[in-house]
Design a protein around this ligand. Structure first.
Ligand code: DLL
Length: 429
């Protein structure tokens, strides 16, 4: 049973609602945000020209750079007095992207997060321990509000403080943990170090997101904690977590809450809209945001879309798990490869722990790629033999030969306990 009727609405009903909302959003953006007025004028499109969803293609894209240039509030469409909350996402460089919410936006966010948690199998009356960071990051408060809206008890631990995290899990018996995939794995390790079998923790579901992960990584999490790990996706510029989520029933793609967010997938090079099933960059348009309407935002996230019906009965389009970003693409001796492909290839090996790092360096005019993996505790062969296995796996699956490959001892690679994990370290200029 979906949380809201719209989740199972016939697609034409949904499309009619989207069309109305799109027209209203474009009009609002044009009238209230000089940036959009200029962009649309340049493109020769008037708000009244947007009659159907297909007309969306006529609108220019919005990018991360546009957010940075408009810092802090150049894209806001309401007066400051109507802004109830601010969040911000810190990029790796430069100014943060500042985002705003009206009372109405916060309500939509609570609703889509409640829907997301319900789809993930979380039930009213359950207990959610929320280990996403509270503060400017949207993860903490986004999950918090949605979990309250759904009618669960929230334990707002926030990020880090692993000892307390474990103690509260045991004592308050949360059945749901919300955190990044990398923190899930860290928590399982930390439990084991304290003599607690992580599979004995009371958890039945973890809602993971905020950073890319592959299926083999998810399997590691599910088996380490004996849980169902459900993928929740979102980004600050659009709302925060709660743009899309897997249903626990099928765990086969993330249902995009299309009555609020309109998804497209484009060829990142040409900007051309791709057909269902074709992989490209996810572009999102908000359909109900008041404080910060966003038209055709280029997320940088790589995925595919499908409108095939799902066994859960929800009719919303599904996007594939986001395993990487367009700007993550590595070129290893002429071969294009995403870090996620490297992750999937190595984490699948039983002898390797789900921890690795990739270092990129420049030597003269050549790029060097170095991969470091951790031996799994259960592997008792020689490091040299394991190195050979990993190397031949990378060659077989991806045709990639790193310039250096190292196997280190369990626990040797640094763990991320707060915030998003970094796996690729680029030391080039
Ligand atoms: O990470 C919102 C969020 C919080 C989502 C908690 C899920 C759970 P930002 O900090 O703005 O917002 O970062 C957004 O993180 O463009 C993706 O690259 C990545 N990302 C978010 N969710 C997923 C996911 C939050 N489920 C950026 N899988 C996005 C892969 C994800 N990548």
């Amino acid at each position: 049973m979906p949380y809201h009727d719209i989740e199972a609405a016939p697609r034409d009903e949904l499309a009619a609602r989207q069309r109305e909302r799109l027209r209203e959003t474009v009009r609002r953006a044009y009238e209230r945000v000089p940036f959009y007025r200029d962009r649309l004028d340049e493109a020769g499109v008037a708000p009244g020209d947007i009659e159907s969803l297909a007309d969306l293609e006529r609108l220019p894209f919005t990018t991360k750079e546009d957010f940075r240039e408009a810092y802090p509030d150049g894209l806001f469409a309401v007066d400051w007095a109507d802004v109830r909350r601010i969040h911000a996402s810190s990029g790796t460089t430069g100014k943060p992207k500042v985002v705003a919410y009206t009372e109405g936006d916060l309500d939509v966010w609570r609703q889509v997060m409640a829907r997301s948690l319900a789809a993930a199998g979380v039930e009213p009356g359950g207990t959610v321990q929320n280990a996403y960071g509270y503060g400017l990051f949207t993860g903490g408060l986004g999950f918090h509000d949605g979990a309250e809206e759904l009618g669960t008890t929230v334990v707002p631990t926030g990020a880090g403080e692993t000892a307390k995290q474990l103690q509260l899990l045991e004592d308050l018996e949360a059945d749901v943990l919300a955190c990044t995939p990398s923190y899930c794995l860290y928590l399982a390790e930390a439990a084991a170090e304290r003599g607690i079998d992580p599979r004995d923790l009371p958890l039945s579901t973890v809602t993971i997101g905020a950073e890319p992960f592959t299926d083999p990584m998810r399997e590691e999490i599910e088996s380490a904690l004996d849980v169902t790990a459900v993928d929740v996706y979102g980004l600050s510029e659009v709302i925060g977590p709660g743009v899309s989520v897997e249903c626990a029933q099928a765990q086969d793609g993330l249902h995009v809450w299309e009555d609020h967010f309109y998804p497209e997938v484009i060829d990142p090079q040409t900007g051309e809209v791709l057909a269902d099933g074709e992989e490209g960059e996810l572009v999102l348009t908000t359909l109900t945001k008041e404080a910060l309407p966003v038209l055709r935002y280029r997320t940088g996230d790589v995925t595919t879309l499908t409108a095939e019906p799902c066994e859960c009965g929800r009719t919303a389009v599904r996007m594939d798990n986001v395993a990487g970003r367009t700007d993550d693409l590595l070129v290893v001796r002429g071969i294009n490869v995403y870090p996620s492909q490297i992750e999937a290839a190595i984490v699948d090996l039983e002898a390797v722990a789900p921890h690795y790092r990739i270092d990129l360096r420049r030597e003269g005019r050549l790029d060097r790629i170095e991969i470091t993996v951790e031996r799994h505790e259960s592997y008792d062969g020689s490091p040299a033999a394991l190195e050979e296995r990993v190397a031949s796996r990378l060659d077989d699956v991806l045709g990639v030969t790193p310039d250096a490959l190292r196997v280190v001892e369990p626990g040797e690679l640094e763990r991320t306990t707060v915030g998003k994990v970094t796996r690729v370290y680029d030391h080039r200029e």
